[in-house]
Design a protein around this ligand. Structure first.
Ligand code: ZN
Ligand code: ZN
Length: 186
């Protein structure tokens, strides 16, 4: 595969991501394969579930045009070099996984760019999967908004839980990811 478009795509990823790293060419290849498998390049027709929050997550969003803020890209934080591509109209879905990650490879420009030319089957593996997305997970206006009965803050998209006295945000219902500073920390 010698496609000058691949280098152009890689350059776009690098300028968004901020540096050239293995994640960029891997993300380019993973995204192109996923779109090929579900037969669309239209970000309005796909949802991409990205399985880690590192470098490839940026490249996948740039190449597919999907965005976390548009709900067309979703982070499923499993720490894996993989993503699942769902066609929102046909439901066709494929999970694409990076097979070859040379952790010890020299991460120079040439090594990174050479990833663009590795044959699909050598670099990636893929299989058909089924993904059930709930209506409140899909793009579009929020279908549900409630107010937490404890903190009074709004909770969108059905992410609340039911408490004895009404809906609760998950920070109030469970343990928040933050805590109040102590006197010394203030
Ligand atoms: Zn990076
Ligand atoms: Zn709350």
């Amino acid at each position: 595969m010698v496609d000058p478009l691949l280098d152009e795509l890689l350059d776009r990823c690098v300028s968004y991501h901020g540096h050239l790293c293995m994640g960029q060419p891997l993300g380019v290849r993973l995204a192109l394969k996923g779109m090929e498998l579900i037969s669309t390049r239209d970000p309005r027709q796909m949802i991409v579930l990205i399985e880690n929050d590192r470098c490839i997550a940026d490249a996948i969003q740039i190449v597919t045009g999907t965005r976390i803020g548009r709900r067309s890209a979703k982070l499923v934080d499993l720490g894996k070099m993989a993503a699942t591509f769902v066609h929102t109209e046909t439901g066709l879905a494929y999970r694409v996984n990076v097979r070859r990650v040379d952790a010890n490879a020299t991460h120079g420009e040439d090594a990174c760019r050479s990833i663009l030319r590795v044959p699909d089957a050598e670099l990636l593996s893929w299989r058909r999967v089924c993904v059930h997305l709930k209506p409140e997970e899909l793009p579009g206006k929020p279908k549900k908004t409630v107010r937490c009965t404890l903190c009074g803050e709004k909770v969108f998209d059905g992410k609340e839980v039911q408490g004895a006295a009404g809906p609760l945000c998950r920070s109030c219902a469970e343990k928040p990811y933050y805590r109040e500073p102590t006197m010394e920390e203030e």
